[in-house]
Design a protein around this ligand. Structure first.
Ligand SMILES: Nc1nc2c(ncn2[C@@H]2O[C@H](COP(=O)(O)OP(=O)(O)O)[C@@H](O)[C@H]2O)c(=O)[nH]1
Ligand SMILES: [Mg+2]
Length: 212
């Protein structure tokens, strides 16, 4: 938990996108942040880091920081630095490219688990759902794989905002619930520590009195 997370109504959240090149990671992020789909190969991304502020239903404020592994998928080892300390990882494949789905199982999942090196929320996006006529991965295959790795799953398209916004919202909500549970547990532990201390103090006083 970061310092901000100790403040009950405000937290930082690091979300990292991973997956093979051309599956649509940058397009999804740009759609999510700017609500546009640029299409073709005209995407020019100068920065790897994007931010957005979200307010959840329970009025918790989330400073979401999104990392795009722009153009570095080919040099897989470079991705590792982005993954460290991630709160949420979104693994993306392209439903029209079976290989990109296989690579999640064969490579990305293990890499993510190893490099995040801690607890995190996992999401899987089967992207380019608008191209379903050319699909090589069924919805069921995606769902089954997600279930097997305990991930939140959705098919997405970068053409409009709905699907990626819904998926990110679910992931952030799950993250928030996880933090709330940790905070609750910590409060309960603190409470029982105080009780034990109070009992100890009372006992001490009582023994001191009886010694007189
Ligand atoms: N039809 C369609 N094309 C997409 C979608 N997402 C990305 N693309 C296209 O796929 C190509 C690769 O996208 P890009 O975002 O650069 O993928 P990245 O390498 O994973 O960041 C580009 O030509 C995008 O316009 C989508 O949901 N539907
Ligand atoms: Mg990209």
């Amino acid at each position: 938990m970061s310092k901000k997370d100790e403040n009950e109504n405000e937290r930082e959240c690091k979300l990292v996108f991973v997956g093979e090149s051309s599956v649509g990671k940058t397009s999804l992020i740009i759609q999510y942040i700017k609500n546009i789909f640029e299409g073709g190969n005209i995407l020019t991304v100068g920065a790897d880091k994007f931010s957005k502020e979200l307010t959840l239903e329970d009025s918790t404020k989330i400073d979401l920081v999104i990392w795009d592994t722009a153009g570095q998928e080919r040099f897989r080892s470079l991705n590792t630095i982005f993954l460290k300390g991630a709160n949420i990882v979104l693994m993306v494949y392209d439903i029209t490219n079976k290989q990109s789905f296989e690579e999640l199982r064969n490579f990305w999942y293990q890499m993510v688990v190893e490099k995040v090196n801690g607890k995190f929320i996992l999401g899987i996006a089967g992207n380019k759902s608008d191209l379903y006529e050319s699909s090589q991965v069924t919805l069921e295959e995606g769902q089954n794989y997600a279930k097997s790795v305990n991930a939140i799953f959705s098919e997405t398209t970068a053409i409009n905002l709905n699907s990626i916004q819904e998926l990110i919202n679910s992931l952030v909500r799950e993250y928030n619930e996880k933090i709330l549970k940790i905070q609750k547990k910590k409060k309960e532990e603190d409470k029982s520590k105080t009780l034990i201390n109070e009992k100890f103090e009372k006992k001490k006083k009582c023994c001191n009195n009886s010694n007189k």
